[in-house]
Design a protein around this ligand. Sequence first.
Ligand code: PBG
Length: 336
Amino acid sequence: MADSFRLDLTRRPRRMRRTASLRALSCETEVLAQHLIQPLFVIDGDGAPESIESMPGMARLPIPALVEECRQLHRLGICGVALFPKLEDRLKSDDGREALNPDTLVLRAIRAIKAAVPELTVITDLALDPYTVHGHDGLWDAAAQDLANDATVEVLAEMAILAAQAGVDMVAPSDMMDGRVGAIRVALDEHGFERTAIMAYSAKFASAFYGPFRDAVGSASSAGTHHLDKRTYQLNPANRREALTEIALDEAEGADVLMVKPAGPYLDIIREVREETELPIAAYQVSGEYAQIMAAAERGWLDLERCRDESLLAIRRAGADMILTYFAKAYAADRA
Ligand code: PBG
């Protein structure tokens, strides 16, 4: 029977999938260590790293351990790190003024890393959530029950100058205020930092997948919930055209890199942005995307390495140039 039944096919795509080398020759996408950016959490002092329960394998690092981690990442071929400070509660306030302290934790971390591993690209967020008691990304206007857009942008621009003075390579406004990219570009240029780049969180959605991150930086505990409602500034997950509007504005305002965040649930947006712009695109595989894979793998329900690799490949295939991912180090270590 097997011999007698034969389809008369001109095209048999399986021919190119027959052997490992044919599959390699026809492979369309790859993920290299150099495409990955490792987000890192930093705490003050020189104590032990603090593990983060909802992000297995990730820890908040004091600066000496952070610097050592950066050395290892650089050796593994990772090109960038994104730093997130976790402040003690006593440093948090309603207006997040600690963000403008010229010796605040994240600035000390930048200086330490740039002194030890100058080739590594250091990126810091511009947003007030690690610094405010309410956990929002900007200045809260109680009368309006909303963030004050322009006043927040003024603070972000000052944060950008401080980060640039500390030696950061890219600042990453993650607040979603209107007009912040343009204002930050002007502020940096006026202070002689025309070489400091801006990675704009352009299409940042009001996602439930940020939960574990809010534990990690403590914006959840200060707000009393990680279901913090940021829908007056972050994008509606239902909206595609609105994302493209934000992308166009950030490009026009002078962003050097445009980001889509989260990544996995928003592959369609990454693809559309790829078709709209010639700029490099970053995608952020966020804490909840990481936690899902880690949790299922811990239960033996998913194969950790294969799901990790496939999730990153999908993000690259969608069109991202660089990926912020908590898997960066493990991915690179497996290939070193
Ligand atoms: C805050 C910020 C968030 C993340 C990066 N910067 C969380 C938020 O908007 O509440 C999320 C990252 C992650 O979930 O991994 N400006």
